[in-house]
Ligand binder design. Structure first.
Ligand code: LLP
Length: 463
């Protein structure tokens, strides 16, 4: 992205010198392929197409706002992860990023496993035919009913997150006359953020069992002592939207150290480790994510090296990418409703959705990009803030971006990289109707999650 180009009109940085935004791209009509799903392109008329269908047709058929998901891109990313890790490792897609029955079928067909973290996700997975043994069940406070169902249906692994849960799962498994395969989730003292990681001496968060003060070793002792459990390994998830592999390196080293301590104390080598998810994606042109094969190589090199120095057999590795698979495959399509130029500040562009379909900007100060997609334009770039239609001034979709100055009500604009944690965290705030997810592939579009209707709202409101 060129930093020398100058925007037309007021420069945000002149007004708010501390503000973060990049200069506009030299040509706003050019789509940066880093942030858009793979089949996205502009057609001869300048309209954006995905899977060979133009956004005008999609908007007409499915309405706006709506999420459009590039199915072939999703499948290609699944295959890239599976191929990168190979037959001696397992890739579990993290369903919390976005889950539907169609997605479960694609995962199954592409050979991936699935991480679920609630009864609802488990039901979706099983209903769509994911074999139970390919499911991992997560969560820091699984209910007894959820554990019962997981054990009854034979999920491949339950990831234990507390001392209470070790006992709970063991009792339930025993009652069902089975030995449940489990992992113990440990907190390794690494807190990872976007672009950085901070090694913390102590843990101050709700997940997992701390390594630092011997708690994890005690959890292993207890799990090994219970007949209902088959302890297959140790699990660590260090955070989300991570680009730097250094956090994974520390995490892998500490997990392998624990395996060595377990071998020394109990005389057994646990066969598996799970290094969680959290790999970052490009939301804007400034993000540079790694390819799955680079990630796979980095992780397996770290684990192999650490195991060699601890004189351990290298365990089978699993990973749980969510965002890195589904995030880049979808965009949200909005129609522009109102445009308010604020003299000396910026132009507010209101769309027909907002924080109900993308809470990430309000919640995490997340950065997104945006493009005019119903047409091209040669107008000058204008500094905009894309906002929603909710009764809240924090209802921001894209904080700072550039759109052509001739933007008009009725134009379609799209926000890329909204496949992860947008529909799955969508809400009904202001009784908004949650948008549909439409899968597009080879010239065909089909709804995989339908738009909510006002009848849906009234059906839940029982008077
Ligand atoms: N495995 C475990 C145990 C997790 O807790 C998570 C995410 C993942 C895997 C997948 O992480 P991913 O590869 O998708 O980053 N709502 C937030 C993200 C929360 C992630 C929670 N756990 C967001 O919108 O950024």
């Amino acid at each position: 992205m060129s930093r020398s180009a100058h925007p037309a009109g007021p420069r945000h940085a002149d007004v708010f010198p501390e503000a973060h935004y990049s200069a506009p791209a030299a040509d706003l009509n050019v789509l940066d392929e880093k942030v858009w799903a793979r089949t996205v392109t502009r057609d001869a008329d300048g309209a954006l197409t995905v899977g060979g269908i133009t956004v005008a047709r999609l908007a007409e058929e499915f309405g706006t706002p709506a999420y459009f998901l590039d199915e072939s891109d999703f499948r290609a990313r699944c295959r890239a992860w599976a191929d990168a890790f190979g037959p001696d490792a397992d890739v579990f897609y993290a369903g919390k990023a976005f889950l539907s029955r169609a997605v479960v079928r694609w995962l199954k067909e592409e050979g991936l496993n699935l991480d679920v973290c609630s009864g609802g996700e488990l039901t979706t997975a099983l209903d769509a035919g994911m074999p139970a043994e390919r499911i991992a069940f997560h969560g820091n406070n699984k209910t007894v009913a959820e554990i019962e169902r997981a054990v009854e249906t034979g999920v491949g692994r339950i990831v234990l997150d507390s001392f209470q849960e070790i006992v709970r799962v063991a009792h339930i498994a025993q009652r069902h006359g089975v030995r449940q395969r489990v992992q113990i989730r440990v907190t390794v003292g690494v807190e990872a953020h976007t672009h950085e990681f901070i090694a913390t001496a102590h843990e101050d968060q709700k997940f997992g069992i701390a390594l630092a003060d011997g708690q994890a070793a005690e959890a292993v002792r207890r799990a090994l002592a219970l007949d209902g459990l088959e302890l297959i390994g140790v699990h660590s998830h260090i955070g989300s939207q991570i680009f730097d592999m250094a956090g994974f390196e520390v995490s892998a080293r500490r997990v392998v150290q624990l395996l060595a301590e377990i071998r020394d104390e109990h005389g057994i080598e646990l066969p598996e480790i799970d290094l969680g998810g959290g790999l970052g994606i490009a939301y804007t042109s400034e993000d540079d994510p790694r390819e799955p094969h680079e990630i796979a190589k980095a992780l397996s090199d770290i684990v192999t090296r650490e195991c060699e120095s601890a004189n351990l057999r290298t365990p089978r590795i699993s990973v749980e990418p969510g965002r890195a698979i589904v995030g880049p495959t979808a965009f949200t399509l909005y129609e522009v409703g109102t445009i308010k130029p604020l003299e000396g500040l910026r132009t507010y562009v209101s769309v027909d959705g907002g924080m109900s379909d993308n809470i990430r900007t309000a919640l995490y100060d997340a950065e997104y990009s945006v493009a005019l997609v119903s047409r091209t334009s040669d107008a000058e770039p204008m500094l905009v803030r894309v906002v929603g239609k909710h009764c809240e001034s924090g209802d921001i979709v894209v904080k700072d971006a550039f759109l052509p100055a001739d933007l008009a009500p009725g134009d379609l604009i799209a926000v890329p990289a909204t496949g992860a944690y947008c529909r799955s965290m969508a809400s009904n705030y202001n009784h908004a109707l949650r948008p549909p997810v439409v899968a597009v592939r080879d010239g065909e579009a089909r709804v995989i999650v339908r738009r909510e209707t006002e009848e849906d709202l009234l059906r839940l409101d029982v008077g």
